[in-house]
Design a protein around this ligand. Structure first.
Ligand code: 0RQ
Length: 503
């Protein structure tokens, strides 16, 4: 540990994870590092979970509120949820145990745009932060912190927390030093200034996080890598979606609506997103730039192949084999990867200025282009809106993608009315399913509906959607025709019968 912690003031506070967990009282608001299974603390959350179970066994209450960058892993959300140690949780979660408790009403989950979280913390909208638990790769001789595989909200947590616990990960290579770009120019209105970035690969900050050493109450060693992010080989549907997007981009370039040098790409998480990136590997575009929140295997492949010059993100979330390649070739990747705080990687000002091409998965879309990214049948939380809203609303082009059906064809992902709205029709430009691509730019609602039904709906559901739309229009003149009593009947039918199709 002394190799990694090169400042004496920090070495004084070295202790076990259990001793550090004992410093966090029940009811505390705790900011933790972590973004999509990367850079999350591993030892302290598990020790908190053990402590919570012991307190509960002794008949005492113990719960904390946990704020992170985005999703974490079983060692954090899984362990704390299983121990009933989570009161409030924000802003994003993918852990199944935590999801089940959120949907059982046992955890108060707050689903937020990821670019909003840091500023809402500074504004005081979320209340005080008592403790921050942050994974770092080391402390320099000057007392600066070497960030880990995710930057997320760490800069803000270190600033706003009363006390700080550092988890020093001695497994993850400290040779990541220099890859990060931590911007310290953000201020609270009315003193805000423009963010001085005009290219996706500009560096505008410094490679280290700062912390006031007087706030550091514990330094805990951990020696465990990030969660292994497993990706399925792209299936036929994902490959079709990817090919429609790539053909569309090539067409837009030909028509002069997309600059020849191509615009920076944001890609959401998941298998379809990886398939699009895999498609770009063999596509016609060169010198690509990534401006995204999570760097997954697909972008690493593009960098290695020289198709993508640089990639900016807030986290790297890789499969085991991709991580091994990353570590082995870290000098190559350090020249090409920039990891920033999520308030910068997802900043609406930058997304709009840089002209980002945003590609995100969804749960369902309605015939007018409203998008549900978060809720199953309108009531159950899946993961959260994540960064999709930051990019979709402000991007130059914004795609939403999904297979046209779910649950082996029992659910149509194109419905008369979405059961929950995350992105309104105004934020949706292009919808893509394995059936085809609907370009909604410049279309009014009734035109949009016909294009979405024709191009994106599954043939099994297309006549049913057409019938709904036709009958809605027959009701008389309306701007956005709907039959209100029937608009959510497809979801209701699925909840009752397990199928959206009429019996
Ligand atoms: O459930 O596993 O029980 O069958 O929803 O669906 O097909 O595995 O989808 O992994 O690509 O995730 C939108 C959730 C898609 C994700 C979402 C059921 C389906 C399955 C998951 P089962 P898939 P993916 C950058 C951008 C929001 C955040 C975001 C997400 C489960 O992409 O969380 O965009 N996005 N961030 O069966 C009911 C439907 C359904 C349905 C699928 N219409 N109705 N259930 N399912 N369609 C990253 C970050 O922000 C960090």
């Amino acid at each position: 540990l002394a190799d990694r912690v090169r400042h004496p003031a920090f070495l004084q506070h070295v202790m076990s994870a259990e001793a550090a967990a004992a410093l966090i009282p029940s009811g505390a608001n705790v900011g933790m590092s972590g973004f999509t299974g990367a850079g999350y603390p591993k030892a302290v959350p598990q020790a908190i979970a053990t402590r919570a179970k012991a307190e509960h066994a002794a008949g005492k209450p113990y719960k904390i509120n946990v704020w992170t960058g985005a999703s974490t892993a079983p060692e954090l959300d899984g362990a704390l949820a299983a121990a009933d140690a989570l009161g409030q949780r924000l802003p994003f979660n993918t852990d199944p145990t935590c999801r089940a408790k959120i949907n059982a009403g046992e955890i108060d989950f707050i689903d937020m745009h990821l670019s909003h979280v840091a500023q809402h913390a500074w504004f005081g909208f979320l209340g005080p932060m008592h403790v921050a638990v942050i994974e770092v790769l080391g402390v320099t001789a000057d007392g600066l912190l070497i960030p880990s595989t995710a930057v997320g909200n760490n800069k803000t947590w270190l600033e706003v927390a009363d006390q700080v616990i550092l988890e020093v990960n001695t497994k993850t290579s400290a040779r990541m030093e220099g890859m990060h770009d931590i911007y310290y120019g953000t201020a609270i209105p009315p003193r805000r200034v423009p963010i001085n970035m005009t290219h996706a690969d500009d560096r505008i900050g410094q490679p280290y996080l700062r912390v006031d050493p007087a706030k550091v109450i514990a330094v805990v060693e951990t020696h465990q890598g990030d969660r292994d992010n497993v990706f399925a080989t792209p299936d036929e549907n994902s490959n079709k979606i990817a090919s429609y997007i790539i053909d569309f981009l090539a067409h837009e370039m030909k028509m002069g609506r997309l600059p020849k040098e191509m615009l920076p790409i944001q890609s959401g998480v998941g298998n379809v997103a990886n398939a699009v990136l895999a498609g770009l590997l063999h596509g016609p575009f060169e010198n690509l730039l990534g401006f995204t929140e999570v760097l997954q295997d697909g972008m690493l492949d593009l960098l290695r192949a020289g198709k993508m010059g640089k990639a900016s993100a807030t986290a790297i979330s890789l499969s085991r084999s991709a991580y091994e390649d990353f570590e082995k070739n870290i000098d190559f990747y350090r020249e090409r990867i920039i990891l920033r705080p999520q308030e910068i990687s997802n900043h609406p000002e930058l997304v709009r200025r840089l002209g980002i091409i945003a590609m995100n998965s969804m749960i369902e879309a309605d015939i007018y282009g409203n998008i549900n990214s978060t809720h199953l049948m309108g009531t159950g939380m899946m993961n959260g809106i994540g960064g999709s809203g930051d990019f979709a609303r402000n991007g130059y082009l914004s795609f939403f993608v999904t297979p046209s059906v779910a649950k082996h064809g029992a659910i149509s992902c194109i419905v008369p009315m979405v059961s929950h709205v995350d992105h309104t029709e105004h934020d949706t430009q292009i919808i893509v399913t394995e059936q085809g691509l609907a370009d909604l730019r410049g279309l009014a609602p009734r035109q949009r509906a016909q294009v979405i039904i024709d191009r994106c709906a599954h043939p099994d559901f297309r006549p049913q959607l057409q019938d709904y739309f036709d009958r809605a229009r027959q009701q008389g003149p309306q701007h956005t025709p709907h039959i209100l009593g029937e608009a959510l009947s497809w979801h209701e039918r699925f909840v009752k019968t397990g199928n959206m199709r009429p019996a």
